[in-house]
Design a binder for this molecule. Structure first.
Ligand code: PLP
Length: 390
């Protein structure tokens, strides 16, 4: 075997995003024991930082030791028991995954299907909640498979009105657009480190309301998975009465998350959301000047995930291969019904900078020219620069 040397890539797909040198440096610091007093201080700092980032002062906030999907699985497995009813709004790939997990937890699942690219419709969700009592209403705030944002405040309010616990997937939203758990009065909210937090994949910050914690304590049956059983994991992360061994925390990954949170608070969470919005506007202006169209209506567009329609006659995969080979730039493909129909361009965390916008537009113009599409790279660049200067 030989040492693995990854190629130098610029990550502008649906995740992971570019990891900054300071976070990479943090990951390389010496490993300590997971019960070391210094490490316990780090755990407490991370818990407090996550409460602040989610704006969830009354929630238990911890990072689960696995990628964003673990937060989803923890939410479903901890809240749902056989016989419970769950209403799941599906407007893309990740909503579909939630429904599968709720089904595996033994719940009776009502799926409220939407066209991909549209936000979740609160009126249709309310109709499903009104049909019969539901324990859980779950939806995706920022649907990464399409680039659509849904109205988390309105959907969480419906859950409260109908006595259901809300589960909100904020994997792609956290750090990129406003996430306000207290204002939404949301119950279980989870995220991931590899999207707008710009740390490597592998951790899933999660927040649980007192209501959600009480519901988990009141279960009639044991949580079906052991690692993500919140009752067990909190004996380790909770900190009250000393920590008991549960699993060995991914120590260095947590150094990385901690550093990414330090960087985010240095910039300011609000400033970071403004930066994501500005970079999106510049990218969108350039794409429009290139004759390209975004999938999602302007009102519901996510700044951090831009689904771009592939023009007629253009080879979707060839464009992605060209920008990777010629520019070391990774952009994403479409999933499910959007396969071959869109590119997904991420502007997440450390990948949301003017330099990334310029690189992406230049590389795309180059790839489109190879495909025989007439584009004027100077005009594309000028359209983006006008927005960057505004
Ligand atoms: C990326 C993503 C996930 C899954 O996160 P992983 O880190 O890939 O496990 C879940 N939900 C949404 C909306 C995502 O974008």
């Amino acid at each position: 075997m030989q040492t693995f040397q990854p190629p130098r890539r610029i990550l502008m797909g649906p995740g992971p995003s570019d990891v900054s040198p300071r976070v990479l440096a943090a990951l390389a610091r010496p490993t300590v024991g997971h019960l070391d007093p210094a490490f316990q201080d780090l755990m407490e700092e991370i818990k407090a930082a996550l409460q602040r980032l989610f704006n969830a002062p009354d929630h238990a906030c911890i990072p689960l030791p696995a990628p964003g999907t673990a937060g989803m699985e923890a939410a479903m497995m901890n809240l749902l028991e056989p016989g419970d009813r769950a209403v799941i709004a599906v407007n893309g790939a990740f909503g579909g995954r939630m429904a599968d997990m709720a089904d595996r937890a033994g719940a009776t699942v009502t799926v409220v299907e939407h066209e991909w690219g549209r936000p979740v419709d609160p009126a249709r969700v309310e109709a499903a909640l009104a049909e019969a009592p539901a324990k859980v209403l779950a939806f995706v705030h920022a649907e990464t498979s399409t680039g659509a944002r849904s109205d988390a405040a309105a959907l969480c309010a419906l859950a409260r009105k109908h006595g259901a616990l809300s589960v909100v997937d904020c994997v792609t939203s956290l750090g990129g657009i406003s996430v306000d758990v207290a204002a939404w009065d949301a119950d279980v909210v989870y995220s991931g480190t590899q999207k707008c937090l710009s740390a490597p994949p592998g951790l899933s910050p999660i927040a649980l309301s007192p209501r959600a914690q009480a519901a988990i304590k009141a279960r009639k049956t044991k949580v079906r998975n052991w690692l993500l059983d919140f009752n067990l994991i909190m004996a380790y992360w909770g900190g009250e009465g000393g920590r008991t061994y549960h699993h060995t925390a991914p120590i260095n990954a947590l150094y990385g998350l901690h550093e990414s949170l330090v960087a985010l608070f240095e910039e300011g969470v609000q400033a970071a959301t403004v930066r994501h919005a500005r970079m999106h506007e510049a990218l969108a202006a350039g794409l429009e000047a290139a004759g390209l169209k975004l999938l999602v209506d302007e009102t519901w567009r996510l700044p951090q995930l831009n689904a771009v329609r592939v023009p007629e006659g253009v080879d979707e995969a060839a464009v992605r291969a060209h920008v990777l080979e010629a520019w070391d730039l990774e952009i994403g493909a479409g999933l499910g019904p959007l396969k071959g129909k869109v590119w997904r361009i991420g502007l997440m965390g450390a990948s949301a900078t003017p330099w990334h916008v310029r690189l992406c537009l230049t590389a795309l113009c180059d790839a489109l020219a190879v495909q025989g599409v007439a584009v004027d790279p100077a005009a594309v660049r000028a359209a983006a620069e006008a927005r960057l200067a505004a």
